[in-house]
Design a protein around this ligand. Sequence first.
Ligand code: AMP
Length: 584
Amino acid sequence: MLVGIDLGTTNSLVACFRDGKAQVIPNRLGKLLTPSVVAIDEDGMILVGETAREFGILHPLSVASVFKRSMGTDRVFELDGMKFDAEELSRFVLRSLKEDAEVFLGCPVDEAIISVPAYFNDLQRKATKRAGELAGLKVSRIINEPTAAAIAHGVGGNAARPTADGAAQGVGVVCVEASNEDPVDERCLVFDLGGGTFDVSILEFFACIMEVHAIAGDNFIGGEDFTDLLATMFCARVGVARILLDERTQAELMKAAEIAKCKFSESEKVTMTCTINGQMHSEDFTLDEYEQSCQPLLERLRRPIERSLRDADVHLDQLDRIILVGGATRLPVVRRFVEKMFHRAPEALVDPDTAVALGAALQCGMKMRDAEISEVVLTDVCPFTLGTEVVAGNGTFEEPGHFLPIIERNTVIPVSRRQRVSTAHDNQSQVVVKILQGESRMAANNLLLGEITAAVPVGPRGAEAIDVVFTYDLNSLLEVEVTIVSTGETTKMVVQNEEHKLSDEEVARRFERLAYLKQNPREDEANRLQLLRGERLYEESTGERREIIDRAMMEFDRVLNRQDFYEIEVARERLRKFLDSLEG
Ligand code: AMP
């Protein structure tokens, strides 16, 4: 039997497709959500889900959570002295879901479609697949979470009609019916705020093909931050220094804050109660005051949305639907924020917690070629920019070590792009084409995946043209072909070395380290600020916009190198105004 699994950062779900319906399967506790938490008890027994979470409050050293963030990395989690990686911890969760499904369906479950965030790279997808295999599941497909959510909301024609069964079981919406209606072409934005991550995706459904057009997100913001904020507000009210609380009290405080936060969905005023240092405290909070304190968090949600719209080249009012996914979108402050930003009420027709699992189950129906469901073809995007190193300049001024993007991030794959470059020096007898991955405008800050060396006829600089073709396929294989135009000589290389692919965290670490090590006049703070802004805007942009930022930054670099204080001030002000204009 084939099932759909939403392996979430905070909670996981399993769903199946039966009798023309996608249905979430309740776990052994009769609940739809299984917390993605693993613990080891005193007897060395593995606990999963709510039990593990409960155990963990008292035994913080024996529990692991939010490990999905470390999927595909070497990070080791130590539980009571035993070491696990994220893949292994996920395996325990998957195994528990598999068992629940087997009991519910009354048959062996041996195959699964598992959802992953759209930004997951190949390494993270492979780790997810391996976790499934470790749990005894053949993972026949990995589906992007926003795509699954959109399918559950009826994008692609399989209209989501919450059925009565869910309410009858008293556990909310557990089923959606497939409808096989004529699909409508539409464009939607999926706003997914889970416990620990925020993802925005822009999808287009056109002629039965569902394409992810752009993905953006923030791996370090989610519902937990909104809980944490309420916990901090509570401590401030009762006058205790949060930092001085022991781990156990911290866990209890977070639990109390979590309960109070969820009550905001039903009431504009909530009471939070928690015992600290033997004394019970109770405090009231209004939605308005909480919303005010949430502003900095809400602001952090804005940037990925703007970036995804820019990457997809879509304006707010060209979106047909705004779909909310993830438990934290239940929070009224988040809904109000979405409503204000998009000038319309977002859709949450299907329960935001179950949408992804239901979509994965509908995909199971498509895979089983169920007659009651219409097929949607899914496509993927390349989540990072791939390119090469060049000498940049305008004839009078030259700067080596520049990154030339060839396949920009969010390009729909499979894709093949050609770029013509030329020799950079007089009497050059060979060219070295570097294959780079990353978002920095300087090649050295990006990840070197490989290089191709090819002989060129000796001549003056610029005399020889070289065609570089990057081809990126659905299996995340990058093939690079270098052709010396005058001789027709071609050299090819296939980049497969996944060990060297960077995770988001590695990229961040690398940038931090590089920024720290830089020691030149740029350390001057005002200059540094504009340089950092320029770098960020460059990374947030694509295409022509990138080029103009690159030119402006090169111009500023040039002035900085001349070390003329007055000139630097004028140039910095010019750059600041330019960057202001870009940020609108
Ligand atoms: P997910 O990762 O999608 O399971 O989302 C988990 C997050 O949703 C957690 O941070 C929860 O606190 C949050 N959440 C769940 N239900 C509610 C609710 N009714 N109101 C506010 N936040 C909620």
